[in-house]
Design a protein around this ligand. Structure first.
Ligand SMILES: [Zn+2]
Length: 462
């Protein structure tokens, strides 16, 4: 007798991302109670299981949900593109981004979080690691639960100058905020949204704050994340203060570890890469930001060396003024291409490696590798159906190449997170999308007006 399940998902190609990287033609996934109970040939799955509902079919490529390991869901989604694209890094952060973040109120942040989540879900990302720059955490988490995405989040924590007034904090208060978020939003296998020990990073943290954040991550069994070394300014800051490069100093004070995810890591030397490899640190590579903010990733970035040394590198899309979109498929395309050109070597980041980084690499970064990142029995049902009846998908002859080089998030048709259908026929099922677009427009215009920052659009608009 076939066993009953909630749902069967069928596709012409099932991209499992299992240990053998099996791609199963005419495949199916059976889902019960939020968990995948079988993934295999459709004929076998349908012989063994009977479902209340079957979705998908011959025109769909079925993949695991992607994992975006660095994104700012507040501050930027509703001011997307307002910051001119010709501003240097420091002007970008201190003259534009910090004042814009400071202008958001709680409802602005909730709307912004939902806008970011809608963009991610509709382009096949089912899990994300937030950058630790939320000011109204409860409101944002409420919005994320409503839309139904998996996430790890945190408050804006920063205890050293130069600190914009609205974020000014003592070390004790900063540590208190981290402790509070970890207690309020504990991680359990059934929790979609929970807290990590998140710091802004760079040169914004005292040593006591670095140490406390790591200790809190360990105590709560969660990860710790922060920005470091996108530009030379962090290297210069640490060298001036400690006579050590950032990773060397962080290692000396006990921060580098397997539960740590560092974003950017563009300006790193070989000693620092050795430390990251030895300690098992994960790195979030944000190629779209590196390009737009001129980090020099193709000239001095060492991502090929990191991967060769066994460092787990995953992919992030960062803020919407440093990349302007949150479609991880577009970022994965860049990961596959940047170093092919930079090193004049087509062996750099094959499509299969880039797609692993967007799925399994992300899962490992977020300490969720036993739960997500592949379509296998026992994992959570985070599943994406790509509609192959689109010009960029036909003819479909090599699914890994098509996923990375041809397709982007616009072809995503249906998305499940934790067994729940949250996108169907390209639209979010859990929220009123038309209202979200209207709210984002109205609040985005209000935030930019309240910020007092000038409109620098160069074309006369009237
Ligand atoms: Zn960032």
């Amino acid at each position: 007798m076939p066993e009953p399940v909630d749902l069967i998902v069928r596709g012409s190609h099932l991209v499992t991302m299992n240990a053998a990287r099996d791609v199963i033609r005419d495949g199916a996934v059976a889902v019960r109670d939020r968990v995948i109970v079988a993934a295999g040939k459709a004929a076998d799955v349908e012989r063994d299981f009977t479902a209340f509902r079957t979705i998908g079919g011959d025109r769909f490529v079925v993949t695991p949900g992607m994992v975006n390991t660095h994104i700012h869901i507040t501050g930027e989604p509703m001011t997307r593109g307002y910051v001119p694209d010709d501003t240097p890094f420091e002007e970008n952060v201190f003259q534009w981004l910090c004042p814009l973040y400071a202008t958001y109120d709680a409802l602005d942040e909730r709307t912004s979080g939902q806008l970011a989540a809608a963009e991610m879900l509709r382009s096949g990302t089912t899990t994300f690691l937030e950058a630790g720059t939320i000011r109204f955490l409860d409101d944002v988490v409420d919005g994320l639960h409503e839309i139904g995405i998996r996430a790890r989040v945190g408050n804006w924590v920063w205890d050293l100058p130069p600190e914009p007034d609205v974020y000014r904090s003592t070390t004790d208060r900063a540590i208190g905020l981290l402790q509070q978020q970890l207690e309020a939003l504990p991680s359990t296998p059934d929790t979609l949204v929970s807290a990590w020990s998140t710091l802004v990073g760079h040169t914004t943290c005292s040593d006591p704050l670095w140490r406390a954040a790591k200790a809190l991550a360990d105590e709560h069994g969660v990860g710790m994340s922060f920005h470091m070394s996108p530009a030379k300014i962090d290297v210069d800051g640490f060298t001036a203060e400690f006579g050590q490069r950032p990773m060397v100093h962080l290692d000396e004070i006990g921060v580098l570890d397997r539960n740590v995810a560092i974003t950017h890591a563009v300006h790193v030397d070989d000693v620092e890469i050795g430390l990251l490899a030895a300690r098992g640190v994960s790195v979030a590579h944000c190629p779209t930001t590196a390009l737009k903010v001129s980090y020099g990733v193709t000239q001095i970035g060492k991502f090929p060396e990191m991967v060769q040394r066994g460092i787990n590198v995953s992919i992030g899309t960062d803020g919407n003024n440093a990349s302007n979109y949150s479609d991880l498929m577009r970022a994965t395309y860049l990961v596959a291409g940047l170093f092919k050109d930079a090193r004049m070597d087509p062996q750099m980041f094959p499509a299969e490696t880039a797609y692993e980084m967007a799925t399994l690499g992300g899962a490992r970064t977020m300490l969720l590798d036993d739960q997500i990142g592949s379509l296998e029995a026992g994992k959570r049902a985070d599943i994406v159906l790509h509609d192959a009846d689109r010009p960029e998908w036909r003819p479909l002859l090599n699914v890994a190449n098509q996923l990375v080089w041809s397709a982007d998030g616009r072809g995503v048709h249906t998305v499940l997170v934790d067994g729940r259908i949250v996108v169907e026929d390209g639209h979010c099922t859990t929220i009123d999308e038309a209202k979200l677009w209207a709210d984002a427009q109205q609040r985005g215009e209000a935030v930019t007006a309240r910020s007092g920052l000038p409109d620098k659009a160069k074309w006369p608009t009237w």
